[in-house]
Design a protein around this ligand. Structure first.
Ligand code: GLU
Length: 414
């Protein structure tokens, strides 16, 4: 298992290189290499059995030079300081790449939501907001869903913040249900954003999405929507995995049926006999590989076995730097995570704008705006990588950190 400290140090390494390419000095790097603010809070919660349990939560605010910080809150047993810090820096990159007036933020609570009742989750969500309420808000730091958090949790958090501030603060948090000021298109946004970058990559490689063979690691929110959208566009999903194992069919899987089965049973691989391992998934013969699960999945150990010519990173941090080098040298086009997964925060931005203006757009309008942002971001990064002979990840960081660094300098902070 790769340590999360590696996530921070590899993020810092690429950020440093990106800042140097932009002509900034080490003083700027010193300021940008860590979040400007990092909160650690203790949240005592009454459990259903009447005992009190104290949870630890974090919120990282990387840099607010261009606007409020923005990013999700994850509920997971493995949440830790380093991971939250790295994730907040990646949010800065995502917002920079898509030119949103936000810096990066991220939060997390160490807990296992699968072992908690709804009432316990509600008390924990409200307790977290009470603990950080002085440091967040629609103008300063705007949370959103992430791993194991959802529109219901966003609703409790929005309600708690509104009570504390004695007004309806819809713009405090995004990823809300439609009834509470959520945006159309938000639940599919990460997947659609990733698919749009795949379409652009395919154009550049002179391939066709119709008949392309796709492997997807992960069958959660991002993975299942990506599978469905690509399948509907005429691509063949030849392999897909969940944490329990993977399914493979060179002629293409019946994605709609798998999604139905997942809705009924919660998981699907146990319903089939011919299940392959997650390791074997990476060796499947295909044109496009979409890691849409966890970090550190593509490493120097399995990179050389990958057959795809395009990798679209829908998960945060799925490919190590060594693997990135091996694959880039072989001519594989990697659409980096901070680009491929930026669709979620982009539609979160649209949600925040709609909350502030009190006027709501159609789904068509949202998807059109999302497409413009993603196409523009992909092509800027692709061209930068070609012109300056960089890999796509470094080019994405160069574009991602540019505005934050410029704003930081104009403000006279570094
Ligand atoms: N948690 C998502 C991400 O990592 C979305 C963040 C947001 O919508 O603010 O990009």
């Amino acid at each position: 298992m790769t340590k999360t400290t590696d996530l921070v140090s590899s993020t810092q390494e690429i950020t440093k290189e990106a800042l140097h390419k932009l002509g900034f000095d080490d003083g700027m790097y010193e300021l940008i290499k860590e979040p400007l603010r990092f909160l650690e809070v203790r949240i005592p919660i009454r459990m259903d059995d009447n005992t009190v349990k104290t949870f630890t939560g974090y919120r990282a605010q990387h840099n607010h030079a261009v606007g409020p910080t923005k990013g999700g809150v994850r509920f997971h047993p493995d949440v830790n300081k380093d991971e939250v810090k790295a994730l907040s820096m990646w949010m800065t990159m995502k917002c920079g790449i898509t030119d949103l007036p936000f810096g990066g933020g991220k939060g997390g609570i160490i807990c296992d939501p699968r072992q908690m009742s709804n009432q316990e989750l509600e008390r924990l969500s409200r307790g977290y907001v009470r603990a950080i309420s002085q440091f967040v808000g629609p103008e300063s730091d705007i949370p959103a869903p992430d791993v194991y958090t959802n529109p219901q949790i966003m609703s409790w958090m929005m309600d708690e913040y509104s009570k504390i501030n004695r007004s309806n603060a819809f713009a405090f948090i995004t990823g809300k249900p439609l009834a509470l000021g959520g945006s159309l298109g938000r639940n599919r946004a990460t997947a659609l954003g990733a698919v749009i970058t795949i379409e652009e990559a395919i154009k550049r490689k002179n391939l066709d999405i119709k008949g392309s063979r796709i492997t997807i690691q992960g069958f959660g929110n991002a993975g299942s929507f990506i599978a469905k959208i690509l399948h509907d566009m005429g691509a063949k999903i030849v392999a897909i995995s969940e944490s329990y194992g993977a399914l493979h069919n060179p002629d293409g899987l019946d994605v709609n049926r798998l999604i139905e089965l997942k809705e009924q049973h919660g998981r699907v691989t146990h319903l089939f006999d011919d299940v392959i391992t997650n390791e074997a998934l990476f060796e499947v013969d295909c044109d496009i590989l979409v890691p849409a699960a966890l970090s550190n999945q593509i490493t120097e150990d399995n990179a050389s076995k990958i057959k795809a010519s395009i990798i679209a990173e829908a998960a945060n941090g799925p490919t190590t730097q060594e693997a990135t080098r091996i694959l880039t040298n072989r001519g594989v086009l990697i659409i980096p995570d901070v680009l491929a997964s930026a669709g979620g925060v982009t539609v979160s931005y649209f949600e925040w704008v709609q909350n502030n203006q009190g006027y709501y757009w159609s789904e068509e309008e949202i998807n059109h705006k999302l497409r413009n942002k993603m196409v523009d971001a992909f092509n800027k990064i692709y061209d930068l990588a070609e012109d300056r002979n960089m890999d796509m990840r470094l080019a994405a960081y160069v574009l991602g950190i540019k505005r934050t660094a410029e704003a930081t300098r104009f403000r006279g902070w570094a």
